[in-house]
Design a protein around this ligand. Structure first.
Ligand code: PEP
Ligand code: MG
Length: 889
């Protein structure tokens, strides 16, 4: 019989798959001798067995659970349900990947009408015992019996009011007993049964509920967001209770071994005296910062600091630790790798290398490239005066502007309408997750740095301010006030999650800069990575940004973007509308110096690094006005001014647009097909590039332009275009008297090019995989239609694992890339290969490119830092198999 239940001392930290993250950590902490309340873990496999058995706990799981319970009872010298010496346990979920607040927890299980009396006697504290019992009824009723907490809260509130109390600590033991009777009546009313008194019945109902919570709505949404597979299941941890609410010598808290917002190496967290577990994270009472524990309980603080150091050394990772002090004795309830902002992740990784805890390679693997986007976002421009409306806790850095909303559903629906919103709430709960996802930022008036809102926002890289008590929120009228100032639903505010400041209106933002630690980490990444990183940049400004962000060249300069400039578009239109060659040449002659100027700027910005320039790609009608709008104009003029010259001009334009109209522009007259039919366009572009190269050579900057021909499907297309480019180069060299080197290559972006890459390589000095078009043509999807119509449903229904336009489809499109590289290199072993589709900035696709032996990836400028790190991670991850990778590529 398989083992489905493990006592804490039977497991260890490497058993995450089976015990879940929490269970594995509890086992590991027990193993290294930390003060962990004893318990056991029911495995994730048992959860799957539960679902296989149509949501019933199989007998073998039940038997093993009872056996483990007996061991726990022996060890604690207490018994579940024993009126004289009762064992009380917590029952918590724990999946393989951390899902904070997403699943359910039950505390104080084992409480009933008899054990509460025993507890009162044993602790000599009846008030505490009855308070614990009522907490248990409330939690159990909510999680297991599915009765809304609201009824219990309301009842408690009424009792408080009736007795003239303003807070819970004022309730006496007798008051709590009254509350318990009321709570039981609520249970009876909703379930038509008494509150279950048998602790074993309570236990198995709780286990059922935790298993069920794996599939509650918020857990499903969280998994989808974080790409956690549904089949993993959750473990259940059953642990003997310790109490932080036994008086002023007790307490409970959460602490990070380093600041999760900035990464600073200081103990960071908060606690509440005389409180129980969930009180700190629930955000209902605003807790004390951990530093004050030093004064309140110096002994406990010192012991805790030592344990934090020990845990960090042990896991070689920043830890997020939950602790409880029961009558002066410290217990560690949980540890896990702490979630952190990108800024903190970088600082921690770099400092842990300096402190000798990590080596550089491990440090590089510790930062998730996706997170870096956070740092490359704008921040508030200090130059502008900002009138601060209120200040709360800086819970998650970043700046955001948006309309105020007070409700998660509203946040979602406004954001679906394209609005930017900031969710403002007293506090958030896991049920608000969809609203948090939809918002630019979150603000809460209650709760601390480890409240739900703070933890979730940091995990998502969203700005968040918590505990902003100056905000008086009225959910009913959808308003908040700060002193005299009233802010209504829909008003615009700006927040700075790094300072905790809230401002009215929109405030200008500025571009990000890379911190010293970030630069250092990227420098380490550059030392490790064996694959180049270039940028897709179409103008000198983007080229400069790319250079600043560490791009080793430009992998794609889309020259059509230079045509879109407002001043140039009329000339481009003249070129397209020309009736004959001479007219077209006249327009092209005007365009040439403009393009040349851009190329000079780009070459200069890249300071001699390689620059790949792609000749014109899109169909010509993209440069002309919209057909339908023009039709309306023409119709209007026919009525208002039928004799006008303007009407004639518009009619001519319409005729040309109709001629250029295509049934399927994506597969129409574009790419090199334009160069084949209008060679003068490509010739002008090639000359502009070469004149720019000649000009830079005069300035002593050596550039070696890489001219790229788009959308080649047959080698003969490339053969023609190659000749055209060579001849243009010859003309420029002759005219200027300057010699320069250049290469000519092609995009591989339609399947036939990949399939015949051996022939195409005869005419190409390099290949660049244009995986945007290659994905479109391999799937037979037009991207705009697919993303607008059915792709989302495909992903939701798991027809496709991911959006193939964002994450490279390695099994399909990837096979063509692999074939392209292999066939191309069979013809030319030194053929340079790269990728310039959007996948060049996505971490798993970068890993694939590395394995395929590509020379570089190219992505948008702001993704360059991410790509440098992802490239290093790919190299480190596959280091052992490197030899093999390159020989098979
Ligand atoms: C591509 O197709 O991958 C590519 C980079 O070209 P574009 O996106 O401009 O079509
Ligand atoms: Mg393309």
């Amino acid at each position: 019989m398989d083992k489905f239940v493990y006592l804490f001392h039977e497991g260890n930290g490497s058993m995450r798959d089976l015990l879940g993250g929490k269970g594995a950590n509890l086992a590991e902490m027990t193993r290294i001798g930390l003060p962990v309340p004893f318990g056991f873990t029911i495995t994730t496999q048992a959860c799957n067995a539960y679902y296989d058995a149509s949501k019933t706990i199989p007998t073998f799981v039940e038997e093993q659970t009872l056996e483990a319970l007996t061991c726990l009872e022996d060890k604690m010298d207490k018994k579940l349900g024993d009126p004289n010496n009762p064992l009380l346990v917590s029952v918590r979920s724990g999946s393989v990947f951390s899902m904070p607040g997403m699943m359910d927890t039950i505390l104080n299980l084992g409480m009933n009408d008899e054990t509460v009396i025993g507890m009162a006697k044993l602790t000599n504290n009846p008030r505490f015992a009855y308070d614990s019992y009522r907490r248990f009824i409330q939690m159990f009723s909510n999680v297991v019996l599915e009765i809304d907490t609201f009824y219990f809260e309301q009842f408690l509130e009424e009792t408080r009011e009736e007795k003239g109390y303003s807070s819970d600590p004022e309730l006496t033991s007798e008051d709590w007993q009254e509350v318990i009777s009321g709570y039981k009546a609520i249970v009876k009313k909703h379930t038509r049964k008494e509150f279950p008194q048998d602790p074993k019945v309570q236990l198995f109902l709780a286990i059922n509920a935790v298993f069920n919570s794996w599939n509650n709505q918020r857990a499903i949404v969280y998994r989808r967001l974080n790409k956690i597979p549904d089949h993993l299941g959750t473990a259940v941890n059953i642990q003997s209770m310790v109490f932080g609410n036994m008086g002023n010598d007790s307490g409970t808290g959460v602490a990070f071994t380093r600041n999760p917002s900035t990464g600073e190496h200081v103990l960071y967290g908060e606690y509440l005296i005389n409180a129980q577990g969930e009180d700190v994270v629930a955000g209902i009472r605003t807790p004390q910062p951990i530093a004050t524990l030093k004064d309140e309980m110096p002994g406990v603080f010192n012991q805790f600091s030592e344990i934090c150091k020990h845990l960090e050394q042990h896991y070689q990772e920043m830890q997020d630790i939950e602790f409880t002090v029961e009558r002066g004795k410290l217990f560690i309830l949980q540890t896990r790798n702490g979630k952190r902002t990108a800024q903190a992740a970088i600082r921690i990784a770099v400092e842990m290398v300096k402190e000798g805890i990590l080596d550089k390679k491990t440090a590089l693997l510790r930062v998730d490239p996706d997170q870096l986007n956070q740092l490359l976002h704008s921040r508030i421009d200090d130059k502008f005066e900002k009138r601060i409306l209120a200040k709360g806790l800086p819970a998650s850095p970043g700046a955001a502007t948006g309309q105020v909303v007070f409700d998660a559903d509203e946040a979602e629906s406004l954001s679906n309408d394209g609005k930017k919103v900031i969710l403002v709430r007293p506090e958030t709960t896991p049920d608000d997750i969809h609203g948090i996802v939809a918002s630019q930022a979150i603000v809460t008036s209650r709760g601390g740095m480890t409240s739900h809102a703070a933890v979730v926002a940091r995990g998502m890289g969203k700005a968040c301010i918590c505990g902003c008590e100056a905000l008086k929120i009225d959910l009913r009228t959808k308003q908040f006030t700060v002193g005299e100032t009233l802010v209504n639903y829909g008003d615009i505010i700006t927040i700075d999650g790094s300072t905790g400041e809230i401002m009215l209106g929109e405030i200008p933002m500025i571009d990000p800069e890379l911190s010293d630690e970030f630069q250092l980490l990227l420098a380490w990444a550059d030392q490790e990575r064996k694959i180049g990183v270039r940028a897709n940049a179409d103008n000198p400004e983007d080229a400069k940004k790319s250079f600043e962000f560490g791009a080793g060249g430009i992998g794609l300069c889309r020259t059509e973007h230079m045509f879109m400039d407002l001043k140039r578009i009329p000339i481009v239109q003249k070129m397209i509308l020309a009736d004959n060659y001479d007219e077209r040449m006249e327009a092209l002659d005007q365009l040439l110096p403009m393009q040349q100027g851009d190329f000079e700027g780009i070459f200069e910005a890249m300071q001699g690094f390689p620059v790949t320039i792609r000749l014109l790609d899109p169909p010509l009608h993209e440069f002309l006005p919209d057909k339908e709008e023009l039709l309306v104009e023409v119709a209007k003029l026919q009525i208002t001014d039928p004799q006008s010259f303007e009407l004639k001009r518009q009619e001519q334009l319409l005729k040309k647009i109709r001629q250029l109209d295509e049934f399927n522009p994506m597969l129409g007259h574009r790419g090199c097909r334009l160069g084949m039919i209008y060679p003068e366009i490509y010739e002008m572009q090639a000359k502009a590039i070469f004149y720019a190269a000649a000009k830079l050579a005069e300035k002593g900057i050596l550039v070696e332009p890489e001219i790229m021909i788009p959308l080649v499907g047959h080698v003969n297309e490339l053969k023609h275009m190659r000749q055209l480019v060579i001849s243009a180069a010859g003309k420029v060299q002759y005219e200027t008297g300057r010699m320069f080197d250049y290469t000519i290559g092609t995009m591989i972006e339609i399947p036939r090019a990949a399939l015949t890459a051996d022939q195409i390589a005869e005419e190409a000095d390099f290949f660049s995989f244009g995986t945007n078009d290659l994905t479109q043509t391999t799937f037979g999807y037009s991207r705009d239609d697919a993303e607008g119509k059915f792709l989302q449903a495909y992903i939701e229904n798991k027809v496709l694992p991911e959006n193939p336009f964002a994450v490279l489809d390695q099994e399909g499109v990837g096979k063509l890339v692999e074939m392209g590289v292999k066939l191309g290199r069979a013809t030319k072993p030194a053929l340079k290969t790269g990728i310039c589709g959007e996948h060049g900035g996505e971490k798993s696709s970068i890993d694939f490119c590395y394995r395929m032996g590509l020379d570089y990836v190219s992505c948008s400028p702001y993704r360059v830092p991410l790509a440098r790190l992802a490239a290093a991670q790919a190299t480190i991850r596959h280091e052992v198999n490197k030899q093999e990778i390159f020989t098979t590529a």
